[in-house]
Design a protein around this ligand. Structure first.
Ligand SMILES: Nc1nc2c(ncn2[C@@H]2O[C@H](COP(=O)(O)OP(=O)(O)OP(=O)(O)O)[C@@H](O)[C@H]2O)c(=O)[nH]1
Ligand SMILES: [Mg+2]
Length: 195
């Protein structure tokens, strides 16, 4: 598939399935902790500074944000999990919104699951990975912020993450940095393989 990344735009934001786009374009969703770099990942792949809004403020993205990529596929930016300053009821609402999307959406081809290369996956990260495996949703694991640790330590961190997640070796694992533009081609390749 040939994609013109310059032809990308935010399409709509949805709180539930009545708002989802009604066609059969393939979708790739982005999941990960608040602040892990989901929006930055989208911006990097599309070579845009701030199409998917990023901020130092965690918990900002509250809806499912659908991005139209050249009328050929969509990215779906999912609000981050694990943000402490969120009330119980908001967390429950978030859970229902994500579950409704991930478990029923026929357009969904794969989830790019982002973790921080520097740290062991959190309990929430493990739960998300287990959830995706349980529902047999293809996963592209992206370990981001690689620029924050020396290259010589990448392997060690990759192994620790895989161990903690009980990582399925059939899933893609990509080391990424939005700052140093590492892993862009690999990410596009993994995504285009799935759509
Ligand atoms: N050094 C470095 N910083 C990054 C990288 N990716 C993202 N960041 C920074 O991390 C912060 C959070 O990035 P976002 O892309 O907004 O994270 P998010 O996962 O979309 O966050 P929520 O929408 O709140 O869930 C921002 O300050 C980014 O500039 C990276 O690869 N390297
Ligand atoms: Mg975001």
């Amino acid at each position: 598939m040939e994609i013109n990344i310059h032809n990308a735009e935010i399409l709509l934001s949805a709180a539930n399935k009545s708002h989802y786009p009604q066609d059969d374009l393939p979708e790739i969703a982005l999941a990960g902790r608040s602040n892990v770099g989901k929006s930055s990942f989208i911006n990097s792949l599309l070579n845009r500074k701030n199409l998917a809004r990023t901020s130092g403020k965690p918990g900002k993205t509250q809806l499912l944000n659908f991005f139209n990529i050249d009328d050929k596929l969509r990215f779906v930016d999912v609000p981050g999990y694990g943000y402490a300053k969120v009330s119980k009821s908001e967390r429950a609402k978030w859970g229902r919104m994500i579950e409704e999307y991930l478990t029923n959406r026929e357009n969904l081809r794969a989830v790019v699951s982002l973790v921080d290369l520097r740290h062991d996956p959190s309990a929430d990260d493990v739960q998300m990975y287990e959830f995706l495996k349980y529902y047999e949703i293809p996963v592209i694991l992206v370990a981001t912020k690689a620029d924050k640790i020396p290259r010589g330590k990448w392997n060690k961190h990759e192994s620790a993450i895989k161990k903690k997640l009980d990582f399925d070796k059939n899933d893609d694992f990509i080391i990424f940095s939005a700052v140093d533009k590492i892993g862009l081609d690999q990410s596009w390749q993994a995504i285009l393989d799935k759509v």
